[in-house]
Design a protein around this ligand. Sequence first.
Ligand code: GLV
Ligand code: MN
Ligand code: MN
Ligand code: MN
Length: 413
Amino acid sequence: MYDKSNQQIDKLATFSDTPAPSVTRILYTDNDVAARSFIRELMESAQLTVREDAIGNIFGRWQGSEPSQAVVASGSHTDAIPYAGKYDGVVGVVGAVEAIKALRRAGFQPKRSLEAIMFTSEEPTRFGLSCIGSRVLAGDPRVAVSLANAVDEDNITFTLAANRAGYDEAGDNLQSVAVGNETYAAFVELHIEQGPLLEEQGVSIGIVTAIAGPASLGVEFAGGGGHAGAVLMHLRNDAGLAAAELALAVERHVLESGSQDTVGTTGMVKLYPGAINSIPRNAQLGIDIRDIDGSRRDAVVERVRATAHEIAARRGVVLQNFTVVNQDPPAQSTDFVIEAVKEASEELGLGHKMMISRAYHDSLFMARIAPTAMIFIPCYRGYSHRPDEHATLEDMANGVRVLALALSKLSSN
Ligand code: GLV
Ligand code: MN
Ligand code: MN
Ligand code: MN
């Protein structure tokens, strides 16, 4: 079985917009659509009843003996940021199906139905918003508005992109995706750690107790532009330098928090017109700030905002946009789900450690509507969001075994 799931991961990696070993699979592109078909077939071949909602969250259900009871679910995402690896998210989707198959093979009969889920667009690449599928599923009321206004860099709207991928109702029917608090009795997500601790410490299983809260900012400065040779330095209003200063200020404000749990990244800077001999007249930044403490994170966001205004005034540029795209609270795992994962690890003789997740996951949103916990497995040097991301077959198999046993416990209650 584990061999097969490795083949599945390799196969999924071929649905990519960039050459191997990198994987790039962006929401509603042809490769994303191909990956979706692959996951549906995987679920069908596992004899799961497959359903898809209006934005393409895919659900594969094994009906329990008490189908009216709230469901126990597991899942993750298969989209991949540009030049990513093949394990982030994928392990949690393929692993959920494998865990259910293993339980069926073992003769287990669930009381609560078990469900494997593939969430739409955990990564924010195309429309700037992360965890679209789980966010909408969990009923965030602001999402419909931001998605309705969202366009990608080719000015294609979210709705058009969804329609082209075969989701005709994504525009008008987003509300139908939300499920209530009563739907899921528990949710467990299997994921590579994306950090080095498990590998360094030789521990097989991480049990996530909390997920740091992410905030994303979109910022734009506009200046005068002009000829790189002809305009004297004291006459410039260089939007690019305003952006450079703000990127450094993000680092400074984050470090001022005094906690290693506060992190900030200016991962996107775009300068226009983007010619070596033209003073940037427009600069756009994408800034990501996270913390396990939501109010400390928010204080950093406000300092960045104040500094953006200060830089604009001092440099004579216009702060055309300062948008908080999302500012999500951190999530706490639920004790009885943590306990089920812990017992499963112990019964299987696998070492475990409690840890926080600094990366976000669909679990950040599932925790709003369901008792939730996550299972982390080691990955090579903690590498993630890069082509050399790697998890061993043995570590993935351990994760799937713990997941299967935890699901069996949770679905029997
Ligand atoms: C998810 O990919 C994250 O950025 O944490
Ligand atoms: Mn990721
Ligand atoms: Mn992920
Ligand atoms: Mn992620």
